[in-house]
Design a protein around this ligand. Structure first.
Ligand code: NIG
Ligand code: FE
Length: 385
């Protein structure tokens, strides 16, 4: 991950939305009938890939932000009906059209910040109707925007109030009612669960991942955010595509990922916003494992979809080198959303999805000069957005 191949003073040719060739300026062939873009002084990087977001949500939760400033914890807020249930209530009361408009605005905002492929989860509906509404909004975003979007069914995000004393009933609803509908309409690619004390157990995780698989949904799970309870091992057993959060990692968790096909995913802007530990990137990398980075964009724990900030935080707080952080936010992130063959690097034949920076001295200047916008323009399938 420390290797980030680069060419200084280079040209790149885009044809039919794909990267068709590149090389050094001294070997520039003559091209007929091409549109030229002068990138002098700029850096061209693969576009960011955000493999973990909850970008479809209704309204915001600034009040909880203030409550936390004044001393309540994230868990205390959730226990008194705030948190995910607060967002679920808002979403249930919001029309599909309005939800689409709010979400599309966020999507356009993150594309301007360099995100060129994105995963989006359900999980703020928590009823069949509202979960399907979220997934239909994601489908509509897929239809209307040029970047790859993957949809994840996260019905097992929190236990709705009506099921407080009947967790088994809610799991049955997810498995026997929601999953068949979702799979029939082809509304999701992945299945997710919040495996955490106070949310869903390892046993629940086994049930949901097994059922998801029967419906053609590949697992990608929320795990080890506050506690290590065995969810990582469950994910490995079910051949999950990724395990996400990982703020709290026991040596056994790292051990169990070795030799697996599961991508660990860190969400440093969630750690920043909640003031919780950061994923121990150096320990994970020292074990020979890869790591991907994503935003976790959501109204409760990470109200930011800025991948540039994520890359900075990974360097500043997780001690990743700029090369490692950029690889984690591009090529490894592509793996975490099933796009390895087509996205995530400057490779001939891959989609022409890239960032052109302002005139900056080096790519390391991006995470170093944190909080500033160094993006000049963003291209998706060769088109400037
Ligand atoms: O990934 N941890 C679980 N879910 C979200 C946050 C949910 C919320 O607070 O709305 C996350 O951090
Ligand atoms: Fe999340």
């Amino acid at each position: 991950m420390k290797e980030l191949p680069k060419i200084e003073n280079a040209w790149l040719l885009v044809q039919d939305g794909k990267i068709s060739d590149f090389g050094k300026m001294e070997n520039l062939p003559t091209f007929e009938g091409v549109d030229e873009i002068d990138a002098a002084g700029r850096i061209l990087l693969p576009g960011w890939i955000d493999s973990h977001t909850h970008l479809v949500y209704a309204g915001n939760r600034e009040q909880e932000f203030v409550d936390r400033i004044n001393g309540l914890t994230y868990e205390e807020i959730a226990n008194k009906g705030g948190g995910i249930l607060n967002s679920a209530k808002k979403l249930q009361e919001t029309s599909e059209e309005e939800l689409y408009l709010q979400s599309a605005r966020r999507l356009e905002e993150v594309m301007q910040m360099g995100t060129t492929a994105i995963e989006i989860k359900s999980g703020y509906g928590l009823t069949t109707e509202a979960e399907l509404k979220m997934l239909r909004v994601i489908r509509k975003l897929k239809e209307n925007y040029p970047l790859p979007i993957k949809a994840t069914f996260l019905g097992a995000h929190a236990l709705p109030q009506e099921y407080k004393e009947d967790k088994r009933g809610y799991l049955n609803l997810l498995i026997n009612e929601m999953m068949p509908k979702i799979s029939k309409e082809g509304l999701a690619d992945y299945v997710d669960i919040f495996c955490e004390n106070g949310y869903f157990t390892v046993d629940d995780t086994h049930k949901i991942l097994a059922a998801g698989k029967e419906h053609g949904l590949i697992p990608k799970i929320h795990v080890n955010q506050f506690n290590s309870i065995g969810g990582v091992q469950a994910a490995v057993e079910h051949e999950a595509l990724s395990v996400d959060h990982l703020e709290v990692m026991d040596p056994e968790d790292i051990e169990s990922l070795k030799g697996s096909q599961v991508m660990p995913v860190a969400l440093p802007s969630c750690s920043f916003f909640l003031a919780i530990p950061y994923t121990p990137a150096r320990e994970i990398l020292a074990a020979g494992l890869p790591l991907a980075l994503a935003t976790d964009y959501n109204p409760g724990s990470t109200p930011s979809g800025n991948m540039n900030l994520v890359v900075s935080l990974a360097c500043i707080k997780m001690k990743m080198n700029p090369e490692e952080a950029i690889n984690a936010a591009t090529v490894n992130a592509a793996y975490a959303m099933g796009l390895s063959e087509t996205h995530g690097s400057i490779t001939k034949g891959k989609a022409a999805n890239f960032i052109l920076t302002e005139e900056i001295p080096s790519y390391g200047f991006m995470p170093y000069s944190f909080g500033a916008n160094h993006i000049h323009s963003v291209y998706i399938n060769g088109n400037k957005i």
